[in-house]
Structures are given as C-alpha cells and as structure tokens.
Design a protein around this ligand. Structure first.
Ligand SMILES: [Zn+2]
Length: 303
C-alpha cells in the first residue's frame, strides 16, 4: 500500500473544501432501531413485553417528538431505518418520509457485520433491507449506516455495486472522504461520512438490564455539554459533525429538550452548513479527492 505524504499543517485534507461560504458542516441523524437490535442479539426477548415496550418507545413516542422538534427548527435530518423496523412500523416510516427527511439503510434486522462470514450473507441482508424500505415507503436510499457501525472490508464494494452514494460510520477522520472499494488502482469509490461513539446517544443514556448499559445514566445537561464542545471544536477545524441519536433513547422528554438546544446552537453558528447526510455526500462526490484505501493490517511477523 502506498501511503500518501503527510501534510500536517492544514486541518483540511488535500483537495477538500466545503461549498462557498461554508466553514464546517453538521448532520443530525437518527437510527430508528426500535426492536431490531434487541431481537437480533436476543431473539428470546420477543416474548418480553417490558423490553419490547422499551424499544417501542422510539416509533410510538420518540419519533413523533423528534419530528415536532425538526419541524419547529425547520431542519431536515437523516433517519437510518432497518428494514424490519419499516415492516413493523410502516406508518412511522412513511411519516418520516412525508415530513421531508432522508431515509437511509440500516440493515434488515440490525445485523452486525461480524456475524456474516461471507459476502453472500452481507449482500442478502443489504438486499432485504432495500426491499423492505421500497415496499413500505417507496424509498431507494443512497446512504448506508452499518448496524453497530460494524463494517467489513468487503462492504464498501457491495455498497458501490448496489448504487449507494455514501456510508456513514468509519472513525478515522473529521472530514468526509472518498472511500475506495478496494486496493486496486481505479477501484470504484463511495463517500464516507465519519462518525464516532462519543457523538452517539446510546452509550451515555441507554440501560436495559441484562441487555445493554451499566445502569449509570448520564444527565442530558452533561451530554449536551459534551456534544456542544465537539460541535464547536469541529467547526473550528472545518470538520463534519455527525450526531447519531436513537428515537427510543433521545426521544425521551428532557433528552429531546437537550437535543433541541444543540440544534439551536448549531443553527446560530456562523458558516455552519446543516444538511442531510445525502446532501453532504453529494457535495463531497463533486470534489477531486484521492480515494482512501483501507486494507487489513498484516499480522505476519507482528506480536
Ligand atoms: Zn442502529
């Protein structure tokens, strides 16, 4: 692998620029997981009403509240929807679509890539998710977010082959970049919109006994402060702020208040472009960026 030379004096990657008048970008994203991640990891939980009700809070209560916030703030967001969620909560997904928000792909049953041992399994999951979003909402997403942000080295090529414009979830940059689908020269590429666990609401807030979380639930005041620090710092660096929230998590009342305060802060920031992930990816696709090639590190001789 040829490593490009390092220009460490500029925070912006070589060739990267935002649209005229823009100094940084922000994208508010919502992963409408509902029951799917719990059912994938713990199928027995389908029989546990308490757990299913905890997850149903998302489509039943969280999504409507978030849609009201986004309407109040005149903001279009990106909702990544597992196919299973679309089939189980079709009216909710259509309401998201009808409110003008972007709908992206988020697996079928929120399958982590580490559970797929071959490309055929990954492709079947991708196609099943596409089929569900099409049947339920007539949507053909251009964006993909891997469940649990688990991405295999082979998935970018599958995404390119099936017409996706971007992925959002790798964690090696503050700016979007062109993601090569393989190491060979001239390989196809898609756009990557990097994200990070620190801008995800699952870790600070989520607790389901025996399923996820430590039981230590953060205050929305603290979470808002943390996210505001990262927003301001990424704006100063000319980067991309991708916030990942889950309606069953951040749709809860005081957390939603904190989210709206963060949106207000972003909207009051000079030169910050707040857009859907697809809009940001479409801009990046117009830039002439050298593709970033990811290859597994060699283990031979290591350790
Ligand atoms: Zn998810």
């Amino acid at each position: 692998m040829t490593e490009p030379s390092l220009d460490w004096r500029s925070p912006l990657p070589l060739g990267f620029r935002w649209p005229k008048g823009v100094r940084a970008a922000a994208c508010f994203t919502f992963d409408v997981d509902a029951e799917s991640p719990v059912l994938f990891e713990h199928p027995e939980a389908a029989d546990w009403l308490d757990v299913m009700s905890h997850q149903a809070y998302g489509p039943r209560t969280g999504v409507p509240r978030i849609l009201r916030i986004l309407e109040r703030r005149n903001l279009r967001a990106t909702f990544f929807v597992p196919g299973y969620t679309a089939e189980r909560w079709p009216a909710v997904i259509r309401a998201i679509r009808d409110a003008g928000h972007e709908i992206g792909h988020h697996g079928y049953l929120h399958e982590g890539a580490r559970t797929a041992t071959d490309e055929a399994t990954e492709e079947a999951r991708l196609l099943r998710g596409l089929d569900a979003l099409d049947r339920v909402a007539g949507v053909r997403p251009v964006g993909y977010r891997a469940p649990m942000w688990e991405l295999s080295y082979r998935l970018p090529a599958l995404l390119a082959r099936h017409g996706f414009l971007y992925d959002s979830g790798l964690m090696d940059a503050d700016h979007p970049y062109r993601l090569a689908t393989g190491p060979e020269p001239g390989a196809a590429s898609i756009v990557e919109l990097p994200a990070h666990w620190s801008l995800d609401d699952w870790e600070p807030y989520n607790y389901l006994p025996g399923i996820t979380g430590s039981g230590v639930i953060a205050s929305p005041t603290d979470v808002l402060a943390r996210w505001s620090l990262e927003l301001d710092a990424l704006v100063a660096e000319g980067g991309l702020f991708v916030l990942t929230n889950h309606p069953f998590v951040s749709g809860r009342a005081s957390r939603a208040v904190a989210l709206e305060a963060l949106i207000e802060r972003a909207q009051a920031t000079d030169g910050l472009w707040i857009a859907t992930a697809a809009e940001i990816a479409a801009h990046v696709a117009t830039l002439h960026l050298d593709p970033v090639v990811h290859v597994p590190p060699p283990l031979q001789g290591a350790g």
